[in-house]
Design a protein. Structure first.
Length: 401
């Protein structure tokens, strides 16, 4: 045989195994020229892999030389990328998904050799997992231990949970592509059904009036007025400062968001850049805010030295920030008295729906609600009420009769 040229690569049969081992020198992502190994069941399979690596090298595309496992990479990604560039609440959500689902299911896999098939199998297993084994399991096992032992609680993980796990993995691998640790994002090759967003039914105008009347004696009456009239989110309401409100000019700036992150209340920026907005205050809201300011002044006097000045509009009785989950102590009794079952967030849905029913242009509703895209307004919220549908179909029926 003629002597192989430099860089041509070599192929040998592995002793005692039905595999072929190929070696070729290429430029790696570390900038060094290294000998990379590939394996295959036939000599032709290995030759194809060597040829592909050489063609890639000739195009100036480096070959990933990392041998890190998914668990190590995901830990690095959370700390160095997500923790630095994303908001604390986003980091908290990503960290939970990585810890609970990604590392138990894919942590032992190597980042460089992770395949789309392995991701697809893992997602299928996750979709079939029950709540008692929600930590997932290694994709090599056909089912989790509790299910194999006949102890499955039979309460499946939600479809949205599977979607979130896939989305976090896709984001993590996309960063690996940017850092030239892998050549492609295999999570993008695996499809999961699009999110099935559900929107609360919301309130009709008569129901909204009854709600405001029922909340009239509540110390947070102004909060309900803002939620129904301005469509503000819960965190935006609880993070609202008096300095952001100009009662003389009748304007309000939505610029902060109160959330519980990592066991502590944190006042941060709005959910998205589009959520930062300036809104005019209608008479109903102005009246409620003035009354609330007087009420808060009385509470400040009653609390005396126990009062903590935070500048927030909606606080506890001693001025401290209000725990978001504690809002239910005010909301549930009002809701129950009216025989309603909707969530507090559905008051925001009500505002958007009623504005659209009034014929307000969608782009104006988007600006009021602070949606990132008008598609969110139309896809999630812009559903006509039954009365509006009946009126529309009745008009068509009259024309056709």
């Amino acid at each position: 045989m003629a002597k192989r040229a430099n860089g041509e690569g070599s192929i040998t049969r592995m002793k005692g195994r039905d595999l072929f081992h190929g070696r070729v020198y290429v430029t790696t992502t570390s900038g060094l020229i290294k000998r990379v190994s590939v394996y295959g069941k036939t000599r032709d399979d290995v030759r194809e892999k060597i040829t592909a690596l050489q063609a890639q090298d000739n195009q100036g595309i480096p070959t990933p030389d990392t041998n890190v496992k998914m668990a190590e990479y995901l830990t690095y990604w959370l700390a160095a990328v997500v923790g630095v560039n994303r908001r604390p609440k986003t980091y908290q959500g990503y960290e939970s998904v990585v810890r609970v689902h990604l590392i138990p299911g894919l942590g032992k896999k190597k980042l460089r050799t992770l395949r789309a098939t392995e991701v697809r199998v893992w997602l299928a297993h996750l979709a079939a997992a029950c709540q008692c084994c929600k930590n997932g399991w290694d994709a090599a096992r056909s089912e989790p231990e509790c299910c194999a032992a006949g102890q499955c609680c039979e309460t499946k993980l939600s479809h949205r949970t599977v979607q979130q796990a896939h989305a976090v993995l896709r984001n993590a691998l996309e960063n690996a592509v940017r850092e030239e640790l892998v050549l492609r994002n295999v999570a993008k090759l695996v499809q999961v059904p699009a999110p099935d967003y559900t929107t609360g039914k919301g309130l009709s105008v008569p129901q909204a009036r009854l709600l405001l009347k029922a909340a009239g004696v509540d110390r947070l009456h102004a909060l309900y007025v803002l939620a129904l009239t301005m469509g503000m989110r819960r965190g935006e309401l609880l993070g609202l400062h008096w300095e952001a409100i100009d009662l003389d000019r009748g304007t309000l700036i939505v610029a902060s968001n109160l959330q519980r992150v990592g066991g502590a209340l944190q006042l941060g920026p709005t959910k998205t850049s589009s959520s930062l907005r300036t809104l005019p205050l209608p008479p109903l809201v102005l009246e409620a805010l003035r009354a609330h300011r007087e009420r808060q002044a009385q509470e400040r006097v009653a609390a005396g030295e126990r009062w903590t000045e935070t500048g927030l509009v909606f606080t506890s009785r001693v001025g401290t920030p209000m725990e978001p989950d504690n809002l239910r102590r005010s909301w549930y009794p009002i809701r129950d008295r009216l025989g309603l079952t909707l969530r507090f967030h559905d008051l925001r849905h009500t505002c958007v729906t009623l504005l659209l029913d009034l014929g307000v242009p969608p782009h104006v509703v988007r600006q009021i609600a602070g949606h990132s895209d008008i598609g969110v307004t139309m896809k999630i919220y812009a559903h006509a009420s039954l009365d509006e549908q009946r009126k529309a179909l009745g008009s068509l029926s009259d024309r056709l009769s």
